[in-house]
Design a protein around this ligand. Structure first.
Ligand code: PLP
Length: 441
């Protein structure tokens, strides 16, 4: 179809790129500040922390807004993104997949091609640069599956800062490969033995460390959540993704996308690609949550399928919780989406009807992974495969002159163990066994 210069008036005019120098996330939508000065997105967000941490968050907020306004900070960060990571990442027209599905044109934003293989590097480089500007001497973080720990260990090495990663003992066992890489990168991985020995215990341990070592320590958060200013700051650093998509699609198609689809764990890759289009009502924004094995409690991580308002880990948002308000067990085939809470801005955008939320099941996700591998030769992370799974449902419903952009937040190499198990690959199992027994060298 050649509809680029359609005069029919059916298609809205191509909006101009944002003014030069606009480097950060949208600060206001329909008169609502994003966020207000106390970190609220409507009723969500805010800062609910022990009194001892309030000054640290105040210092961080003040420093962040001061540094981000400086052109030299922006230039340094852009240079890091370009030369250390891989920005701009390509926006790829998935022609085979489009033909196979029949319907809207599908473009893939290839965040998996950046350093460490996922979008996390964007906000980790931003925060590490800020930490160094603030004169902090060490980085700490919490990690569940280890992907955030890995990205933090990576930037710690790059900035020459010692790094302590808190990780639940159970998670360390489950994610031994990430622990191995973190240690190779020079990080100290602390095994947390309290509670259920998983993510929330790691968060508590990292918080304690921060309270006692606040003067020299930067707490590097892994998604667009937590107490103010983290949700806004992480969104700002990730907003580069959507900015690039707008420019790249304008070049390729001369217009805006009709829909943008992204998977949603804590919310950093989704708000990163959505931000640019929030004020363009003709662009539909869709967040895909982890539907897991089923939508029964404990079998998924879809916060909008049974979650409730709560305050956890320093912010107010939707959380999957039991009747006593305790955080519920969650499940997802993808470690990065296996989380009970969701970033406050996304919860607010859902209330506004600006972002539509759907979920994809583990089964659909594996099918999506396989389809993308066969059709396009791209091995996508299981997290990102959630977005593909929904595109598989949605694109065929749309006419061929529509354009859908999918954020491929990461690449799939890391998921080999989970995938081989899920696909019941007999050779892989035999290989692991023989390798462990020393039969293969
Ligand atoms: C961590 C991760 C996610 C989920 O985190 P968000 O903050 O929701 O983006 C998604 N995709 C990949 C590849 C990840 O590593």
């Amino acid at each position: 179809m050649n509809g680029k210069k359609a005069k029919s008036g059916q298609r809205p005019p191509v909006p101009k790129s944002p003014p030069a120098g606009k480097f950060w996330g949208l600060e206001e939508l329909d008169g609502v500040p994003l966020p207000d000065e106390r970190g609220h997105f409507g009723i969500y967000g805010g800062r609910y922390v022990p009194e001892m941490l309030a000054p640290a968050l105040e210092e961080l907020t003040e420093s962040y807004f001061r540094w981000r306004a400086r052109p030299e900070f922006q230039r340094e960060l852009e240079k890091l993104w370009e030369t250390y990571s891989c920005r701009p990442t390509p926006l790829y027209f998935a022609e085979n997949l489009t033909r196979h599905l029949g319907g809207a044109k599908i473009y893939l934003k290839q965040e998996g091609l950046g350093a460490t293989g996922a979008h996390k590097i964007n906000h980790c480089l931003g925060q590490a640069l800020l930490a160094s500007k603030m004169g902090k001497k060490r980085l700490i973080c919490e990690t569940g599956a280890g992907q955030h720990g890995l990205a933090t260990a990576t930037v710690a090495a790059r900035f020459g800062l010692p790094c302590t990663v808190y990780m639940g003992a159970v998670d360390m066992r489950r994610q031994a490969t990430n622990v191995f890489w973190m240690r190779q990168l020079g990080a100290t991985v602390v095994s947390v033995e309290e509670g259920t020995r998983t993510l929330k215990d790691a968060v508590n341990a990292a918080m304690k460390d921060w309270m006692w070592n606040v003067a020299e320590t930067y707490f590097l958060l892994g998604s667009a959540l937590g107490p103010h200013p983290y949700p806004a700051m992480v969104r700002d650093f990730q907003s580069v993704v959507g900015r690039e998509v707008r420019a790249q699609l304008e070049k390729a198609e001369g217009r805006l996308p009709d829909a943008v689809i992204a998977c949603v764990g804590g919310g950093s890759n989704s708000i990163g690609i959505f931000n640019e289009f929030l004020a363009e009502p003709q662009v539909e924004l869709v967040g895909v949550e982890a539907g897991g094995r089923s939508l029964k409690p404990g079998e998924h991580a879809a916060r909008f399928e049974g979650g409730r308002l709560g305050v956890v880990e320093g912010y107010k948002s939707y959380f999957l919780q039991d009747d006593d308000g305790q955080i519920q067990k969650t499940h997802s085939i993808s470690a990065g989406l296996d989380y009970a809470g969701i970033g406050p801005q996304l919860a607010w955008l859902r209330d506004q009807g600006r972002v539509r939320f759907v979920s994809a099941s583990d089964h659909e996700v594996i099918a999506a992974f396989q389809l993308l591998a066969r059709q396009e030769g791209i091995l996508s992370a299981l997290e990102a495969s959630h977005a593909i799974a929904y595109a598989m449902r949605y694109a065929p419903e749309l006419p061929a002159d529509k354009i859908v952009v999918v954020n491929l937040s990461g690449r799939g190499d890391k998921d080999i163990f989970i995938l081989a198990e899920a696909l019941k690959d007999p050779d892989w199992k035999a290989y692991c066994k023989d390798y462990a027994e020393g039969k293969i060298r």
